[in-house]
Design a protein around this ligand. Sequence first.
Ligand code: SF4
Length: 350
Amino acid sequence: MDLRTAGAALLDWYDLNAREMPWRVGPAARRAGVRPDPYRVWLSEVMLQQTTVAAVRAKYLRFIALWPDVAALAAAPDAQVMAEWAGLGYYARARNLLKCARAVAGGRGGRFPESREELLGLPGIGPYTAAAIAAIAFERPETVVDGNVERVVARLFAVETPLPQAKAELTELAARLTPEARPGDHAQAMMDLGATVCTPTAPACGICPLTGPCRARRAGAAGDLPRRAPKAPKPVRFGYAYVARRADGALLLERRPPKGLLGGMLGWPGSAWDGDPAEAPPVAAEWAAVAGEVRHTFTHFHLRLSLRCATVPLDARPERGSFVSRADFSPAALPTVMRKVWDLAASAWP
Ligand code: SF4
């Protein structure tokens, strides 16, 4: 395979087909001399980890409106950032986002480092994000490999090794494609190609700029690659969630511990989540079981929550959590699983 020709064809395709994204400097603007803002590249890449472009777009615009630069984000209150992050999941990312913003705004005078090695030293920046920022924001010839790129490379080189075992091999092959010139555009072109042409189930080989050299296309095996090792089934955990409404309409909420699942996020008080949890009401009340259950899937397990609701008097003294007035309560500030609990509670109450 002539990798130089393939890389040039990919960049030509990108020049015509680059997706428009609010954080992206497109190829035409880039040619006109516009430079990407490292803050925006970093923010978008952290948001995009484990999340789709569609889910990130509105959140990103809201973050940029609230905090247009790293100094503004670094100065933001933790609770406000966590509330704005709600719904994106993987909340450790939001905590690390703040830590990183404060490290850059404090110790580095607001300037992100340019090399992958230095970027890796910042909180919440792993190998993928470091490579993406170095390539896209600073034109460093780094190889950026996300799920889309893995798929394109596995097909291009007809890699039969299943994922995740194939990761190192795919990264090495992707590095062979990475050019010295325009590495940022190349990285984004690979991502766009995977997202829009070399899609998981229906690759559009007829319009693909890599169709000539693509080995999987020649072998008629594109749809079978990349291969994946069978996943172990996720366990199911159970729990109770408690929604207490005070006589004045205030709701009992609890901020979760800073570390661990949903760390630092607001939520409804609840029991442990395990195979056979014990009830753990946060305040003495006549709790009513609500029909139905809340189902939510985390990375490593499925969760099923039984819901208990109660109306409590004005002088109720909860053992955990604190009351939030209805005027100050925003379901949008809750993580998704807690929002599902609220939806079920709200539908059960008259
Ligand atoms: Fe993917 Fe088909 Fe292009 Fe190969 S030719 S990279 S399988 S879209």
